[in-house]
Each structure stands twice: as structure tokens, then as C-alpha cells.
Design a protein around this ligand. Structure first.
Ligand SMILES: [Zn+2]
Length: 267
């Protein structure tokens, strides 16, 4: 008898009310920048001086600093390549980029005029995304888009979980190496902004997916620092992400990224 009841219950799936989605977070005023003001900041910085130029070699990471108001341009200088970015308040490195809250305030993939927010209890805008040559990619038919803050960086621990093999060679390990010169450690490396990467979630199983980056030589993004920043960028060893994690990635799909810092004159 008991078995019959269980069987009947299983054969009749529970019914739920269908409700329309409600966007959880009304975008706060501080998350809506004055576009004309930021376009002017961009213009003034670009018309000013290039105060630093560096190239992050493929399969490695580098750091740099920015003053408030500086503009950073990151360019695909050789071939398609994705980058993993970390940000800290230069004057207090306990304050750092919070990808999860940035995702809640804006969306899974950052668009121009979106801002990068810091962790609690600070919750300050750290930088504002201001220019993107890939902006017309939009959201594709699979829900894929560029520059996600879905959350994390490739790392050797997960690589071992998938392949069973030890390795040194991931954005997490490159970032860890790069921040040492700034007095930071592995514990300071955090979830990233995945620039130039094309990602989404599968509709049927809601799994994280990636596609080859649509970026090509000459593509670039720009952001403006909203506080004094320490920034780190890793050139992902997945290169243009045309090959799944755990499979062999040939050197030809990995490339460097060029970084330039522009500063308004007489600043
Ligand atoms: Zn990576």
C-alpha cells in the first residue's frame, strides 16, 4: 500500500506558480554614470600623455598602477586573446574588486558605462568601462556575450581535479606570481573580470560555456580609474579559448596583450 502511494506521488510532479521575472536590483544612481562626463574624461585622458606602456607576454601576468582619472586601454596586439583582471585600491589593498556584486548591480557581462565595484564593507566604484570595440557583438543566439563577471579564473587546482595532473600555468598562478612584487600573496588574488572572453550559460543545463573570443588584432577596451588603483592582468593560457579546459592548448592560440595608461595633461 505504501509503495502504491509513493508511486502515485512520483508520477504527479508538483506544480508551481509561474511568475514573471523581476530584476532583483534596481540599478542605484551611483551605478549610472553621466555618459557625457565620462566621454569628456576619456577625451581629456587620450589627448593627454601616455604615462605607461607595457606588454603582458603570453601565458603570464603583469601589474601596474593608475591615478584616479587615468584611462587604461588594453589592446589585442597580435592575435585573439582573453585576459583575466584583478583590481585593488592602491592605498588599501584589502579593498578589491567584487565580481559577484558587480554582476548583481549590472549584469553577467559588462557593457560600456558599467562600473567595477569593490568588496564589502567598501562597495565603491573602482573603475568605469568606457570603450569597447566588441560592443556590437551584443548577446548572441546562445546567450553568449563578452567581458563577463561570472566569476572566476582558470587555476591549477581545478585543472588537477579535471585531469589528475599537476601543473603550473594558469591565470591564478600567473596573477599570484605577478602580485608578489607589490607585497601581495595568493590570498589577495580574487575573482576576475574576464576581458575579451565570450561566455554564457547553456539554456538546457545552465552550465558555464565559452566560445572562441571574437577579438581580433587591433580590438581594444578602455576603462577609467575611479580611485587610485593597483591592477593585474593575466594573458590566459587558454589563449583565445577555442579549446576546452583540460585539453592540450597549442602555443599558436596564445598571445600577448598591450596595456597603455593615458593621463589628462597638467594633472
Ligand atoms: Zn585563464
Amino acid at each position: 500500500m505504501e509503495n502504491t502511494i509513493c508511486y502515485r506521488l512520483k508520477s504527479q510532479p508538483r506544480k508551481f506558480d509561474k511568475n514573471p521575472p523581476t530584476v532583483c536590483y534596481d540599478k542605484p544612481e551611483a551605478a549610472q554614470v553621466n555618459k557625457a562626463e565620462y566621454d569628456e574624461k576619456r577625451y581629456n585622458a587620450i589627448m593627454g600623455d601616455v604615462v605607461e606602456t607595457l606588454v603582458v607576454p603570453k601565458k603570464s601576468a603583469r601589474t601596474w598602477t593608475m591615478e584616479k582619472g587615468d584611462l587604461c586601454r588594453i589592446t589585442i596586439c597580435e592575435g585573439s586573446q582573453v585576459g583575466d583582471m584583478n583590481f585593488w585600491n592602491l592605498d588599501n589593498t584589502k579593498e578589491r574588486f567584487y565580481s559577484g556584486k558587480t554582476r548583481q548591480i549590472h549584469s553577467t557581462h559588462l557593457k560600456i558605462y558599467d562600473r567595477l565595484w569593490s568588496n564589502l564593507p567598501y562597495l565603491n566604484p573602482m573603475a568605469t568601462f568606457i570603450f569597447d570595440t566588441l560592443k556590437d557583438y551584443g548577446i548572441d543566439e546562445d546567450g553568449g556575450s563578452c567581458h563577463d563577471v561570472i566569476g572566476t579564473r582558470c587555476d591549477d587546482y581545478t585543472y588537477k581535479l579535471i585531469t589528475g595532473e599537476d601543473r603550473f600555468g594558469s591565470c591564478h598562478s600567473y596573477l599570484t606570481e605577478a602580485v608578489k612584487e607589490r607585497g601581495l600573496t595568493e590570498a589577495d588574488v580574487h575573482d576576475v573580470w574576464n576581458i575579451f572572453m565570450c561566455t554564457g550559460f547553456t539554456r538546457d543545463t545552465q552550465q558555464y560555456f565559452c566560445k572562441p573570443s571574437p577579438s581580433r588584432k587591433g580590438d581594444f577596451i578602455e576603462f577609467i580609474a575611479d580611485m587610485r588603483l593597483l591592477v593585474a592582468l593575466s594573458c590566459c593560457p587558454q589563449g583565445d579559448v577555442s579549446i576546452a579546459v583540460g585539453q592540450f592548448v597549442p602555443d599558436e592560440v596564445c598571445h600577448p596583450l598591450k596595456v597603455e595608461i593615458f593621463r589628462k595633461k597638467d594633472k
